[in-house]
Design a protein around this ligand. Sequence first.
Ligand SMILES: *Cc1c(COP(=O)(O)O)cnc(C)c1O
Length: 359
Amino acid sequence: MSRVYNFSAGPAVLPEAVLREAADEMLDYRGCGMSVMEMSHRSKDFEDILHDAESVLRELMSIPDNYKVLFLQGGASQQFAAVPMNLMRNRVADYIITGQWAKKAASEAELFGKVNRIASSADKTFSYIPDCEDLPVSEDADYVYICQNNTIYGTRYPKLPNTKGKLLVADVSSMFLSEPIDVEKYGVIYAGVQKNAGPAGLVVSIIREDLITDEVLPGTPTMLKWKTQADADSLYNTPNCYAIYICGKVFHWVKDMGGLSAMKERNEKKARLLYDFLDGSELFRGTVEKESRSLMNVPFVTGNEDLDKEFIAEAAKAGFKNLKGHRTVGGMRASIYNAMPYEGVEALVGFMKDFEARH
Ligand SMILES: *Cc1c(COP(=O)(O)O)cnc(C)c1O
């Protein structure tokens, strides 16, 4: 068996220790004689898995008691609809457009109400985060929406927007558990877990309790109503049991690594190594303005599309996989999530130096 350095944006690298543990437990989960995939979601064993995952996550993120943690299906994209369905009382919401995912979320919300795009970085292909200190926040907005780390463009909010008292809703999919965040600053935080925490198909939503009500838009499907899921403790129907189980292990792994502050330090060290190389390189350059750089997704180019292709192909041969940029932007992108070790980034930079010397 040999493992590669996987720089995929998602589904993405997971901690090897977690995969090994899951492999060990595959046929017989802790003496119960069956796999987690084979057990009832109403069994004591699974309830323990679910409650343990939630309690470790609460501890890691210091989630206050007045926030619910929901383990839902449909990925992050399903929340693009759930957010307006559950929060639009006035049928008005403000969206800050910093890339594809924010754009998609805004279009989805438009199915249900009026969407004001109060800021955008589309003018420079989303290579920066706009100044969000004094935005024209709508008086009757039910919430202000952001995508806090933009997976495709490699940007991250250097600080949260001034929402002028309005509720903040954030998609944190590609920065989930990569650094501490202050949960109380948000009404709703959600993350598709396949970027930084587990297998695809599961989304973790952290929602302030007073926002979980029966007052949803008419026609909201039962499954998309947060209250249905909250009342049933994420067990209204059969959840994505196996993904919850893997996420629980990843949460424990993050805790064993020292928690979110330690994770941030580790991630900053990895990102610095790559960005410093890009800033000094004669061949490669990063595509994002410095203050807006993501710790997780690092897009870069050579400036020559053929050379980009050559680099991606040679890198793949050398064991550095999935470095191709998103199909809408081209170039390269290295996603260096929590589970990417420092040595992986070091090896990549070594390979890039060598490639540069040869070109
Ligand atoms: C990947 C991603 C999504 C989409 O996630 P799905 O689980 O595929 O719906 C949404 N937002 C961000 C920021 C992402 O990185």
